[in-house]
Design a protein around this ligand. Structure first.
Ligand code: 8IG
Length: 276
């Protein structure tokens, strides 16, 4: 599906009905009528799906209503159904629409709403991000324990008031810590992007209580909570945030750090998924 005629762009459409329709299409195309877990794979996390269990279906996201073609090389475009060792099914989303693409928030959170409509009660959100704590070396996975949304936007429409206390579920973070007690946690700050921050903006994020800077996840987490899901959030620190390290950021280095860390964090995520 191309951007222009995406039904989510029609302000008179109902994004929840479109998510319902997308879930029905996924059930038909994948042969899996129900999924238990939604999992969005960000930069660096792509290999996790293969380690989590048995791939039972893979479909091109663009075949499904509301989804679009990936905008960034390295961001796949597949919806994969994986059967976990415990018999549960995960819908692995390799097609993220970013807020900076300017297609509107409905398009950003469509995959989360679709996962919820397939039956998923847990949403695992992963991303590649910049680290503010200078002891986080590139390649370090960090659990998200809260966020600061600096996009000035929300997936909620109208007077919809949703509590975001414990948005990044303590229960799920405890499960992750059982698997790896050395996992650190931090507050994720979502900027609009697509430019990286200036060093001054990174200092601002730090001053307001942030530890991780990124361009996704917060809006998705809000939509997941609205849909009644529990959220587990993970950042792979692929670079130190601007000004934290003396060297400038490069997209190539970010991709390389993600590639290098991939086997380690994929194994970690697979072990956690088995306990969800
Ligand atoms: I990968 O340093 C990755 N994504 N905002 N800042 C922001 N997003 C990112 C960064 C970063 N690294």
């Amino acid at each position: 599906m191309t951007g222009k005629n995406n039904p989510l762009n029609d302000p008179n459409s109902n994004p929840f009905e479109i998510a319902r329709e997308a879930a029905d299409q996924i059930a038909k195309l994948s042969g899996i009528p129900h999924h238990d877990i939604g999992l969005t794979l960000g930069s660096g996390w792509a290999k996790a799906a293969e380690l989590m269990g048995e791939k039972v279906s893979e479909i091109d996201a663009e075949q499904v209503i509301g989804f679009s073609k990936p905008a960034v090389v390295g961001h796949g475009g597949k919806l994969t159904s994986v059967r976990l060792p415990n018999g549960k099914h995960a819908l692995v989303i390799g097609a993220r629409t970013h807020f900076y693409e300017d297609h509107g928030v409905r398009r950003v959170v469509h995959s989360v709403r679709t996962a919820a409509a397939t039956g998923a009660k847990i949403m695992v959100l992963t991303n590649g991000a910049g680290g503010i704590k200078d002891h986080w070396k590139p390649g370090t996975p960090v659990l998200i324990n809260d966020h600061i949304n600096l996009t000035a936007s929300s997936p909620l429409e109208g007077a919809t008031f949703i509590d975001l206390t414990d948005l990044y579920s303590k229960r799920l973070r405890d499960i992750a810590h059982e698997v790896d007690p050395s996992l650190d946690e931090g507050v994720y700050v979502q900027f609009r992007g697509p430019h990286y921050e200036t060093p001054a903006e990174v200092q601002m994020a730090k001053a307001v209580g942030g530890h991780i800077v990124g361009m996704s996840t917060s809006l998705e987490a809000i939509a997941a909570r609205q849909a009644g899901m529990e959220v587990l959030g993970f950042s792979l620190i692929t670079n130190l945030a601007a000004g934290i390290s003396p060297s400038p950021l490069s997209h190539e280095e970010v991709l390389q750090a993600g590639k290098d860390a991939e086997p380690v964090i994929s194994r970690l995520l697979a072990r956690i998924a088995a306990k969800l």
